[in-house]
Structure formats: C-alpha cells, structure tokens
Ligand binder design. Structure first.
Ligand SMILES: Nc1nc2c(ncn2[C@@H]2O[C@H](COP(=O)(O)OP(=O)(O)OP(=O)(O)O)[C@@H](O)[C@H]2O)c(=O)[nH]1
Ligand SMILES: [Mg+2]
Length: 312
C-alpha cells in the first residue's frame, strides 16, 4: 500500500459548481456559493485525507477551488485569472467541471484551453446531473466530451446532491503520485477564520442584492478580536457608487441590518461562540479597476503585511 498526495485544481466556467464541489468533498463550508456568476474571487484550499481502505491506497488531496474562467478587462477580472493560473501551475491533476445542462460554448472552450496548456492529466466532471430528466442523456453527452479531449476520466456527478463523489475520490487518489502528507491531518484549509468571516458577509450581500450590486461589492474585516466567549468583528462593505450604498443600507438601515444578522448567525456557527458584528458601508469609486485596491483585498497579501517585515 502506498500514500498518494498532490495538488488538485478545480477549473471551470463561472457557476459550474466548483465551490459546491469543494465544500461537498471536504465536508465543510469553506467557500461561499451563490447562483450568481463570479462568486469566488480567490483560490481556496480544501484538504482531504483519504484513509486506506479495502485494498485501496490512501492519500491526501489538496484541492484548490478557483474563480470561474471568464474574459474580463477589469483589474478584479485580471486578478481572478491570475488566481486561476497560480492554482493550475504546479498542480498534479485538473478537475474540469462543466454544467451538464448547458450547451458547450466559447467559455467552456476557454477552460479546456487552459487545462490543455497545463500539460497535466484532466478529469472531466459532468456536474448537475440531478437536473437531467432522463439519465440516458448522459451517454451521448459523455461521447461528445470524449471527442473534445483525451480526458483521463469522465465522471458524472451532482455536487449539490453529493452524487458520484464516492466514485470520484479513489480515482483522484490513484491519479496522484506517491508523496508526503503536505498538511497536518486535522487541517482542512489554509484560510484564517477572519477572512472566511469576510466571505460569509459577502455571501449574504450576494443573496440579498441584485443586478450590478453583488459584483460591485467587496468586504474587508478591519477588526477581529477573539475572546473565549465572544468574537468582536468590524467589517466594511465596499461598493462603487452612492446608489449602491443606498441599496446596501436600505430604508432606515433595514437591508444592512438583515445582512448583518444573517451573516452573524453563520459566523457564530463557524467560530462556535457568540459574535458581535459591526458593519459599515463605504463607497470606493471604481475599485474593481484599481489594481492597488484589488491587490489589497487579497487575504494572502493582507496576512503578509499583518506579520510585518521579515526579521533580519
Ligand atoms: N442542481 C444543481 N445545482 C448545483 C449543483 N452544483 C452547484 N449547483 C448550483 O449552481 C450554482 C453555482 O454554484 P457554485 O458552487 O457557487 O459555482 P462556482 O462554479 O463556484 O461559481 P463561481 O464561483 O461563480 O465561479 C449554485 O446555485 C449552486 O447551488 C448540482 O450538482 N446540481
Ligand atoms: Mg465558486
């Protein structure tokens, strides 16, 4: 018996179900989900330990959820594409995920192009099969995909209903090289709770607002103080225009209150203690086109600057 390990990148167009898959495979909510495209903006690590079982090799899968592959000229869009490329670079396996209910189009072609260039084995995951009325539709669909690329495996799944995942995991382990355990067995992500809290707040903004508002919003946690019985959090919801700020506040502050209450309950579930959450809304005109602002949103960068300059 041997131990397999490696980095596995989930790649796909916006809304294909990448983050739903990450959460389902890890068994914890690490990434926020929404029906709106371009929900995920950073790469998100999820660590899965697969025990040796019934003669099968065990291993550690370091799964990376990525933003949806898309064409965009904004600084935010470019940053999202950089996050995707960083995840793809150096991974041992790509899980390309497509929505089985959608016709193949230029966006999927863009994803396949990225996967091909990586020169890494690619699994094709046909997601959302729970939406197929007739399961016999799967066979011609699989044949179509086989003609597009020499996929190492084609696996029909439903990330939402957790179908096909038990078949997928051993295939992923088998496709990885023999290697070390990269992360301790009890670690499931590299993302600190402070930043997960910011994402949960953004998820509630995505749920409660429409049209351009969700895309124009970013969330920064400015204060995060963990006590034994209470976590105090102050966060700023940035938007781009006064009109968006008015929507986020709502009549008499009702909208912000609603977002705050529901986000607080989710954060309490995550941290396991009471949370005191204060939210502010600020206008940062055109932040999505500001390279500096977009870079400052990157939590990996924020962590570096919190740690201060390296000691000599
Ligand atoms: N019916 C069905 N819906 C799914 C499935 N997987 C994901 N969804 C839904 O598809 C929508 C998008 O899911 P996400 O996981 O946020 O998609 P994503 O690929 O991470 O999207 P971006 O982060 O925007 O790139 C959500 O409404 C999910 O509930 C599935 O297997 N079946
Ligand atoms: Mg996502």
């Amino acid at each position: 018996m041997s131990f397999h390990s490696g980095f596995v990148c989930i790649l796909g167009r916006p809304n294909a179900g990448k983050s739903t898959l990450l959460n389902a495979l890890v068994g914890e909510k690490l990434a926020i989900i929404s029906p709106k495209p371009q929900t995920t903006r950073n790469r998100i690590l999820g660590i899965i330990n697969v025990p040796q079982q019934k003669g099968r090799d065990g291993g550690q899968i370091v799964l990376i959820d990525t933003p949806g592959v898309h064409r965009s000229g904004s600084s935010l869009g470019r940053k999202m594409m950089t996050e995707i490329r960083e995840a793809v670079d150096g991974c041992e396996l790509i899980l390309m995920i497509v929505d089985a209910k959608r016709k193949w189009d230029a966006d999927d072609a863009l994803v396949l192009d990225l996967a091909r260039k990586a020169e890494t084995p690619v699994f094709l995951l046909l997601n959302k099969i729970d939406l197929l009325a007739d399961k016999r539709d799967l066979l011609p669909l699989i044949a179509q995909f086989q003609a597009r690329h020499n996929f190492k495996e084609i696996v029909p799944i439903s990330a939402l209903k957790k179908k096909g995942l038990d078949e997928l995991l051993p295939c992923v382990v088998k496709a990885l090289p023999n290697g070390p355990r990269y992360f301790p067995e009890d670690q499931i992500t590299d993302q600190p709770v402070r930043f997960m809290a910011a994402e949960l707040i953004r998820e509630h903004v995505l749920m409660q607002t429409h049209e351009e508002v969700p895309h124009a919003v970013s969330v920064v946690v400015e204060q995060f103080e963990e006590g034994p019985k209470l976590v105090r959090i102050a966060a700023v919801i940035y938007c781009e225009r006064d009109g968006q700020k008015a929507i986020l506040l709502g009549k008499g502050g009702q909208m912000l209150k609603k977002i705050g209450t529901s986000a607080r309950l989710d954060i309490e579930k995550m941290v396991g203690t009471k949370v005191f959450l204060e939210l502010f809304v600020k206008v940062q005109p055109g932040w999505r086109d500001s390279r500096q602002f977009v870079e400052e949103l990157d939590w990996r960068r924020q962590l570096e600057s919190m740690a201060g300059p390296p000691e000599k």
